[in-house]
Write a protein that binds this ligand. Structure first.
Ligand SMILES: Nc1ncnc2c1ncn2[C@@H]1O[C@H](COP(=O)(O)OP(=O)(O)O)[C@@H](O)[C@H]1O
Ligand SMILES: Cc1cn([C@H]2C[C@H](O)[C@@H](COP(=O)(O)OP(=O)(O)O)O2)c(=O)[nH]c1=O
Length: 210
């Protein structure tokens, strides 16, 4: 059985970059790696709905925190069997954003005293009811909010409504810190994305987990 390793962090924190470098480091060690990213893009109606909501094409559906959480969760549910098959066939399944993104971003849209409820609700929905595989390890790529914003701005891509909301990103960083501190769903490893990362030793650590 392969290990499900999740990369989490703000938009522009360097998740995609880390995913690529870590995959190469795993492969240098002879490990078979499958990569996934959520939200998916263009695969099916679930992926399209998420994209529409994030880019203002789904009207006031996007205003509902629980509604958005469900859309993101359905996008993952549609990929559940592929994830399960890859966990059978590969040593490492590396996922760029997973269930914790839903907890962090949707909680960040609520008042502080409402955040615990949605975090619990997301875990109940995605793990218990939708049966998504629980991560073995979650990596939190931590960078100052301003640095993540500058990197995301400089990227050659259309930005969605969450990326351009600096208040949301700052609150989201605080929720991520809390999730990592309590070891939400599984153990977390906090990485500092503004320092030089040691991909080879990180790959060794993650393979030694097994
Ligand atoms: N460690 C790093 N140092 C400097 N720039 C980085 C680093 N990691 C990522 N970047 C750059 O920051 C931008 C955002 O990185 P990316 O991996 O796309 O972030 P994310 O997937 O978290 O949104 C990209 O232009 C990338 O080249
Ligand atoms: C996966 C996921 C992402 N999000 C948020 C985080 C991001 O701000 C936004 C879009 O994800 P993002 O990683 O920016 O997608 P892309 O790289 O394709 O633009 O959605 C959630 O709120 N819940 C989720 O379950």
């Amino acid at each position: 059985m392969g290990r499900l390793v999740v990369i989490e962090g703000l938009d522009g924190s360097g998740k995609r970059t880390l995913g690529g470098a870590l995959t190469e480091a795993f492969q240098r060690r002879g490990a078979k790696v499958a990569q996934h990213a959520f939200p998916r893009y263009g695969e099916d109606v679930h992926a399209d709905l998420v994209s529409d909501a994030l880019h203002g094409r789904l009207g006031d559906v996007a205003d509902s925190v629980h509604g958005m959480a469900v859309l993101f969760a359905l996008d993952r549910h549609a990929a559940r069997e592929t994830l399960r098959a890859d966990l059978n066939d590969f040593d490492i399944v590396l996922v760029d954003r997973y269930i914790a993104s839903n907890a962090a971003y949707q909680a960040a849209r609520l008042r502080q005293d409402e955040r615990g409820e949605i975090v619990d609700w997301v875990a109940e929905l995605e793990v218990k009811r939708f049966g998504l595989p629980v991560p073995d390890r979650q990596l939190l790529l931590k960078v100052p909010v301003e640095l993540a914003a500058t990197r995301a701005e400089n990227r050659d891509r259309v930005r969605d409504s969450y990326e351009t909301d600096s208040g949301l990103q700052a609150r989201c960083a605080a929720v991520y810190d809390g999730l990592a501190r309590i070891g939400w769903l599984s153990p977390w490893l906090v990485l500092h994305g503004d320092a030089e990362l040691e991909f080879d030793s990180l790959a060794d650590t993650l393979l030694a987990d097994a």
